[in-house]
Design a binder for this molecule. Sequence first.
Ligand SMILES: Nc1ncnc2c1ncn2[C@@H]1O[C@H](COP(=O)(O)OP(=O)(O)OP(=O)(O)O)[C@@H](O)[C@H]1O
Ligand SMILES: [Mg+2]
Length: 272
Amino acid sequence: MTDAYSDRGNKDRSIANPRDGASMSSSLKGEATPSTETAFLAGIDMTGGYGRGADILHACTVSVDPGEIAVIVGPNGAGKSTAMKAVFGMLDLREGRVVLDGQDISRLSPQDRVAAGMGFVPQVRNIFTSLTVEENLEMGAFLRRDDIRPTMEQVYDLFPILRDKRRQPAGELSGGQRQQVAVGRALMTRPKVLMLDEPTAGVSPIVMDELFDRIIEVSRTGIPILMVEQNARQALEIADRGYVLVQGRNAFTGTGRELLADPEVRKSFLGG
Ligand SMILES: Nc1ncnc2c1ncn2[C@@H]1O[C@H](COP(=O)(O)OP(=O)(O)OP(=O)(O)O)[C@@H](O)[C@H]1O
Ligand SMILES: [Mg+2]
């Protein structure tokens, strides 16, 4: 198997956030099945749906720790975006809870979750197309009262094309560049955890690889990343934890490597 990301490791901690020191060991254990209960961000046994409608999620659990990339895959309509929205507080859960850094945040509004350290890039409508790239980044920092320039420079260092295009309306950018704007906007809050719903939707394979590289770079700075991906095989290759969701339920859970090696997962979700 060609695995371009197999050696990405969690070795480069040079710009890691000191906060994650205690939980680092869990991500260095290698192939051990990830633990949810103590994870930095966890949606645990989430059950709920939209408004008064039927439940979409059924005791669904997802989690991620610092230094890690957790990936949610599954068929269209499986509830992947719904699970992300539930973790972000856009869904009233009938059962279950959401925990961030040891705190139960189940009752916080999405805006309060941003203030608590969550960055969320939704699957659709994740940028303001009529605003410039830089204005989009400024919008991302709307809760901050301190100097946002250094963070903006970090975003431009991560995505240099955005520096070149900073005065252009974001709507004029390519699909891959728009996704960079969306991720950059979320990073402007200096999140403790980043949630991405299909960051590579609609981009070419080359752009997808580039975006994955940038996502790995962000995770190496110590920001845990929980993401949904339709490019299941490629995403699981970079996943420390993987979740296969089917009809709102956890069907398979393991490290990305374990899921890629599982005959059932391969047959049903990875095309053999
Ligand atoms: N705003 C909404 N109101 C009511 N039902 C919704 C809403 N959004 C999604 N659903 C329903 O919830 C179920 C799960 O949808 P969801 O978008 O979470 O799936 P998904 O796994 O993200 O799919 P995809 O791979 O297409 O993005 C579907 O049956 C969908 O019709
Ligand atoms: Mg979705």
